[in-house]
Design a binder for this molecule. Structure first.
Ligand SMILES: Cc1cc2nc3c(=O)[nH]c(=O)nc-3n(C[C@H](O)[C@H](O)[C@H](O)COP(=O)(O)OP(=O)(O)OC[C@H]3O[C@@H](n4cnc5c(N)ncnc54)[C@H](O)[C@@H]3O)c2cc1C
Length: 417
């Protein structure tokens, strides 16, 4: 079933009786060539690209809950390629290019909106850093515009520019960045993979990983044993727990990140805006809700809900930057479990166990990575060599110290990223 304007018209005129489920609900087979553990954005995108680009369709995605129930359906939907340093720069640049053709590729409306991402700065030192970051982005081939105060005012006049503590000096603007509807991205990849023959199996928790003589043989699940020649672990906040099933101790800590949404309002915030002096960023959804968030709750946890001190901290930062937000009423808040790596950067790599592969460490920024991660992980699983855009995302950097990709210049410590 293909989506098109004509199809919508026809269904509208005939009582919408022709729509079908977007993917099948197959029972697990006893054996697959490749089993992907985790039906989040990254797992589903991996399965899609395995089928589409490598012709590998004897593949299952095993999801313990339902598609879209994890972080892929909980994030604040920001997509961008404005990283500063090699390793992340080329990877996120690759991912953004995939985003740009994604809806046509998937034949699915993911509501991709390149409305621009504006990172504000509030001091001379921050301006210098923004200029360096913008130059790195330009060298990578991505777009960056350094705006002075008046340039920012033209884009976002509603900020408190003369705040006594944090006056706005300017901003680094990334016009190709923006937002996409998070759960639609998961559904689009699920549908695309399913149409190519991949089995997407929900309510199927992996409870063990079978390994014989250093070679992976399959997985144990809540729906029985499944044999597999290759297994990919793509479980975001549960990475440490699932890797432990294979006897691995990962350099990953799980922390909670919260988000908030207000009641629907008339269009007021046209871009994604981030505060440079506090933990606050915001955009407006197509339904009108102001969607915003801040920093991690600063302790390791698997509870997918947030704490009140961080909620207060985020609201204070919001009021500092844009006092008008005080009139909006917050409808909901929620939390997701982040797989925090020590350097704030991800891993797409083989493990020491033959046939077992790992995709993790996305921290609070893995939504924008979904197409790039799936594309590169599929390449690794199919060809046993890294994709060039993900060549530096190696696991052993945490053992050797070589190749650490310090995302924020804060050092190699989980709770600083
Ligand atoms: C509040 C919040 C805001 C965010 N904002 C942004 C943003 O604006 N931009 C951005 O780029 N990123 C953002 N992120 C981060 C981004 O959402 C994540 O990095 C990314 O979604 C993680 O990858 P995933 O989609 O594959 O994860 P998930 O959707 O969590 O997928 C992992 C899946 O593995 C499944 N699983 C776990 N254990 C097992 C098991 N034993 N067996 C089978 N299945 C299992 C889980 O049920 C889950 O569905 C945000 C995250 C949160 C929580």
């Amino acid at each position: 079933m293909r989506f098109s304007g004509l199809r919508i018209l026809k269904e509208g005129l005939t009582g919408n009786r022709g729509w079908q489920p977007h993917w099948r609900d197959p029972a697990p087979k006893p054996e697959y060539d490749i089993v992907i553990i985790g039906g989040g954005g990254h797992g589903l995108a991996t399965a899609y690209y395995l089928a589409k680009e490598h012709g590998l369709t004897n593949v299952a995605v095993l999801e313990k809950g339902y598609i879209g129930g994890g972080n892929v359906g909980r994030n604040t939907t920001i997509v961008r390629a404005n990283y500063n340093l090699p390793g992340n720069s080329e990877f996120y640049s690759h991912s953004l290019k995939l985003w740009e053709g994604l809806e046509q590729d998937l034949n699915y409306n993911a509501m991709m909106s390149q409305r621009g991402v504006l990172n504000l700065f509030h001091s001379d030192g921050q301006r210098d850093y923004a200029a360096r970051r913008g130059n790195s982005m330009a060298i990578q081939g991505d777009d960056a515009v350094l705006l002075d105060r008046d340039g920012v005012r033209r884009l976002v006049p509603y900020l408190d520019f003369d705040n006594i503590r944090f006056p706005v000096y300017g901003g680094l603007y990334h016009p190709r960045g923006g937002t996409a509807r998070h759960d639609a991205v998961a559904w689009g990849f699920a549908r695309g993979a399913d149409q190519r023959g991949v089995d997407i199996i929900q309510n199927c928790e992996v409870t063990g990983i079978d390994i014989e003589a250093g070679q992976v043989r399959g997985v144990q699940t809540s729906r029985g044993a499944i044999r597999a020649k290759k297994v990919g672990i793509v479980v975001a906040g549960r990475s440490s727990q699932v890797a432990a099933m294979a006897g691995m101790r990962l350099p990953i800590e799980s922390h909670i990140l919260q988000a908030f949404v207000t009641e629907g309002l008339n269009p007021v915030i046209d871009h994604v805006v981030t505060f440079g002096m506090g933990h606050f960023y915001i955009s407006q959804s197509d339904k009108g809700g102001l969607v915003f968030g801040g920093d991690l709750d600063f302790y390791a946890s698997y509870a997918a809900r947030g704490n009140l001190p961080m909620a207060e901290h985020v609201m204070e930062a919001a009021m500092t930057l844009m006092p008008m937000i005080g009139k909006a009423r917050v409808l909901r808040s929620w939390g997701g479990i982040m797989d925090m790596s020590p350097d704030g950067s991800p891993v797409i790599d083989r493990t020491d166990i033959a046939g077992l592969y790992l995709n993790c460490g996305w921290c609070y920024g893995g939504f924008k990575a979904v197409p790039g991660s799936g594309n590169c992980f599929a390449h690794l699983l199919a060809q046993d060599r890294p994709h060039k855009a993900a060549a530096r995302l190696r696991l052993d950097r945490f053992r050797t110290g070589a190749g650490i990709m310090d995302e924020e210049g804060t050092g190699a410590q989980h709770n600083l990223h």
